[in-house]
Design a protein. Sequence first.
Length: 83
Amino acid sequence: MDYDEEKVDEMVLALLHLTSSRDQYATRAWKGFDLRVMDRLYQKGYIGDPRGKSASLLLTEAGAKLSEELFCKYFVKKDGKNV
């Protein structure tokens, strides 16, 4: 299937926000998405290397910020009732 990789990358980055958590050091998220997508997000500088044994990955500062922005753009209701 031929698909728009940029749109898929954007959606996956938005969905990483659902499983992300921040501590005093970094933002982490579960990495249960297609490894090809994760590799592209890594190459773009949004996440740390996804190929480790850990079940989670690091989001860069830029990646965490964009992840939240994309999540809000695509999934937050405009009436604000689920915010």
